[in-house]
Ligand binder design. Structure first.
Ligand code: TMP
Length: 215
């Protein structure tokens, strides 16, 4: 049996994370690997409710620190109820967003400070960091154009932010790539989905082999 693995996916709006995660999960399952596919904020009932509050377009008065605390609260509950039990069962957890989103969006783009948001999140995650993070690299212009071309997608409060905000999110991720070169892997997500999925599948297989060889 494989050891559990915690893999998170990051990127700005329109990076295509959701599509890629689904395909990668199907690929791993076809190989007999047990996969838990989940997302932040959300993944379980309490955190999905918090998600609704955070992303409601009506909540334009939400304070930046309140926003950061709500993401962290949703993160804590999701970890305790879903991620940690799955890892204990040696499953591979594929999570759409995690702490790096808070660092890039609230810490850098919102201006709360990456170090401050990191410290605050330590209380929520209590040392549970991903084994690997895939950063789906799409420039904000391409990502936002994809979103606006997708008429079926509901526009949430974060989508309504300015282009400057989305540029800052992208800049935040570049800072994180420099800071955590061993954990975060950049994948060019401006290519076709099959090329992106093939690369991500390979990265995950390599990580699985590495973790299982070490144990
Ligand atoms: P999603 O659209 O990828 O599902 O994510 C929801 C939005 O929440 C997206 O705009 C990114 C944002 N977000 C943060 O600002 N901070 C966080 O910690 C997380 C998890 C998401």
């Amino acid at each position: 049996m494989n050891k559990g693995l915690f893999i998170t996916f990051e990127g700005g709006e329109g990076a295509g994370k959701t599509t890629v995660i689904k395909e990668v999960a199907a690929h791993l399952e076809a190989l007999g690997i047990e996969v838990v596919l989940t997302r932040e904020p959300g993944g379980i009932q309490i955190s999905e409710k918090i998600r609704t509050i955070i992303l409601d377009p009506v909540h334009t008065m939400m304070d930046g620190r309140t926003e950061a605390l709500l993401y962290a609260a949703a993160r804590r509950q999701h970890l305790v109820e879903k991620v940690i039990p799955a890892l204990a069962n040696d499953q591979v957890v594929l999570c759409d967003r995690f702490i790096d989103s808070s660092l890039a969006y609230q810490g850098h783009a919102r201006g709360l400070g990456m170090d401050e948001v990191y410290s605050m999140n330590q209380f929520a995650i209590d040392g549970c960091m991903p084994d690997m993070t895939i950063f789906m690299d799409v420039t904000p212009a391409v990502g936002l154009a994809r979103i606006h071309a997708n008429a079926s997608r509901d526009v949430d409060r974060l989508d309504m932010e300015t282009n400057h905000f989305h540029d800052k999110v992208y800049e935040g991720y570049q800072i994180l790539l420099d800071k955590y070169p061993n954990r975060i892997v950049k994948v060019n997500a401006e290519r076709t989905p099959d090329k992106i999925c093939a690369e991500v599948n390979q990265l995950i297989m390599n990580k699985l082999n590495e973790v299982n060889t070490l144990n």
